[in-house]
Design a protein around this ligand. Structure first.
Ligand code: SAM
Length: 317
């Protein structure tokens, strides 16, 4: 099962109006979605997205006339909302426990399985396909940047040497090879953790997805609407934090002599501080250890032209 992380805090952050329209951009197994539905009245509604076919299957079991599921990447949330404004949106980023625990999905270094790692196994390249064709330097950069791995150079060299002997197609092959290339051990952490994280982020274009999602979420939030994002590593949290910070500051060239009352109101207001899971929740659910939740509210302020969404536009960190 997947236990939703920071459930109470996420629902509080959404400040749910019983008659509102909400979007859960990362349905997973629907833990947060169920919490939202419990707080909605009969005229409220919830649209949930996920790109994983297993999440879609789980969503089909949720029979509620107020609920709709769309299998799509959250970078396409604008299309899923089809011009409607939402009163709140939640994004619980990363992978779910069922994805990690199902060996057949290839996310796990503990359980041997095909080296896949795609959240949507019907789209894009698997980790094995990418590793078979990528340049050594590309592999090194992905592992260094997305895994923040000190031994990226040694791991990339070991991958390239191994693939010239036999195809690298199982998670156990990769985990063994990484364990040999990483010369030190971090307490309580498998040596393959960072490399698997890096490949997963790359294969699923996770940071690009977040960068594309944020401006669309902003554009589709109604006035007073809440944006709640739960991140699990510093790379995605940094993108979220910078976006929220830059949109919650008045966007006026410093040399313009404007009085406070004349300043255009920023499009977002940050609500509270970043929230982490309590010791009690982390004990119950170790996945919550690295979670960080941020909340912002859409104001009546204008959207600055640079944050109007053009087709194919992206917000960069
Ligand atoms: C941490 S889990 C969410 C768990 C969920 N909140 C629950 O309570 O069950 C993240 C989910 O988001 C999905 N996901 C991640 N990135 C996505 C993206 N860019 N577009 C659509 N779904 C995505 C994954 O497939 C996974 O099911």
């Amino acid at each position: 099962m997947h236990e939703p992380v920071l459930l109470t805090e996420a629902l509080e952050g959404l400040a749910i109006r019983p008659d509102g329209l909400y979007l859960d951009g990362t349905f997973g197994r629907g833990g947060h979605s169920r919490g939202i539905l419990e707080r909605l009245g009969p005229t409220g509604s919830l649209i949930a997205l996920d790109r994983d076919p297993e999440a879609e299957r789980a969503a089909q079991a949720l029979r509620d006339p107020r609920f709709t599921f769309v299998r799509t990447a959250f970078s396409a949330l604008g299309e899923a909302l089809a011009g409607r404004n939402a009163n709140g949106m939640l994004f619980d980023l990363g992978v779910s426990s069922p994805q990690l625990e199902d060996a057949a999905r290839g996310f796990s270094f503990r359980r041997d399985g095909p080296l896949d790692m795609r959240m949507d196994p019907q789209a894009g390249e698997s980790a094995a396909q990418w590793l078979a064709g990528a340049e050594e330097q590309q592999i090194r950069e992905v592992i260094r940047e997305y895994g923040e791995e000190r031994f990226a150079k040694q791991i990339a060299a070991a991958i390239v040497a191994a693939r010239s002997r036999e195809p690298l197609v199982r998670t156990a092959q990769l985990a063994d090879l990484v364990a040999k290339a990483v010369r030190t051990r971090e307490p309580g952490q498998d040596p393959a953790t960072r490399t698997f994280q890096a490949l997963r982020i790359h294969v699923n274009r996770e940071l690009e997805e977040v960068s594309l999602m944020l401006p669309q979420a902003l554009a589709a939030l109604g006035e007073g609407g809440r944006l709640v994002v739960i991140s699990f590593h510093s790379l995605e949290d940094r993108i979220v934090k910078r976006f929220l910070q830059s949109l919650s500051r008045p966007d006026v060239p410093a040399r313009l002599p404007l009085r406070a009352a004349e300043m255009p109101q920023p499009a977002l207001r940050i609500v509270g501080r970043a929230v982490r899971a309590s010791a009690e929740e982390t004990r119950r659910n170790p996945r919550a250890r690295s979670a960080i939740l941020r909340v912002a509210e859409r104001t009546a302020g204008p959207l600055q032209p640079k944050f109007r969404i053009e087709p194919g536009a992206r917000w960069r960190n």
